[in-house]
Ligand binder design. Sequence first.
Ligand code: TXA
Ligand code: MG
Length: 332
Amino acid sequence: METEIASGRGALLRGAEIIKRGGVVAFPTETVYGLGADAYNADAVAEIYRAKGRPSDNPLIVHIADTEQAEGLVTEFSDAARAVAKAFMPGPVTLILPKSPAVPNAVSAGLPTVGIRMPSHEVAREFIRECGVPIAAPSANVSAHISPTSAAHVYEDLKGRIPLIIDGGECGVGIESTIIDLSSDVPTILRPGAVTEEMLTEVLGEVTTFRGEVKVAKAPGMKYKHYAPKCDTVVADGPDAAAAEYAARRAEGKRYLILARESDCKALGREGVLSLGKTDEEVCRNVYGALRYAEKHADGIIFVDLGDDGICGSVMNRVNKSAGGRRVGLPK
Ligand code: TXA
Ligand code: MG
């Protein structure tokens, strides 16, 4: 299959035609690119799993263009859901709510709940509106690889497997949406993102963040290997630990690349170092592109810890998974 990359109104309309015929289309959102299909068409949804090589027990988020589209998807839109929607939708947040029987099991992977998200990206909203149905979509990468933040990233992973990538430029946020489970007694963050625990607490009062290891149910996706570059990846406690690790690898004849925020780059010099940017938002926007660059150009990645504050904590949630939990400190 030829994979076309196209932008503009014509691409949107072609994409909507493909969706209406039961096919899959990659499209931009403000977080990462998604691989979409008609959420009410179980066969179309099955095609997403096939194209990505995704395990079938990992449910999909359903994307909507307006609140009316949520009505057929959930049995109840609670006060908490309304409050979060008012504060952060459209935007980088996904609500887990009790699902309506109309949502195929192929979307929810058999769970009694469904994830709902209204992207703020104009192209995403216009595309969903043209499709006329809610769009089920995971990130548009090969399962377990790094999520795509540009049309080129999607092409790298899915060329030959999907007919069309709608190009909407680089994603502004850069990591996947915050997932908040509102189907449990206490609202629970299942995946941190750009809408932080602090921001949600302001709106909801009590919020907890799920930090455990997932073996069954709740957030099935969390149990899989994720965000994994194709090369060795470690997290370093700080710039000094990163420099020591870099030197040790260099002595073995290997070229690693250190990824760090701009302020840490000063301590590191320029050789073998890639800056992720100055602000937290820049770092978040650049992180997946940097991991993809590094896996192509280096023997391995040394990622300097960003700390757990706010958005940086959400970025480290992904990077710690990229590294499979491997860390290096200073030699004792
Ligand atoms: O920003 C995003 O959320 C992107 C863009 C494309 O919208 N989408 C995305 O989808 O990251 P995906 O499939 O790569 O990640 C969705 C995560 C998975 O970990 C899945 O297990 C979890 O959401 N999930 C989906 N439905 C769920 C449900 N009903 N209950 C618990 N977790 C759910
Ligand atoms: Mg994903």
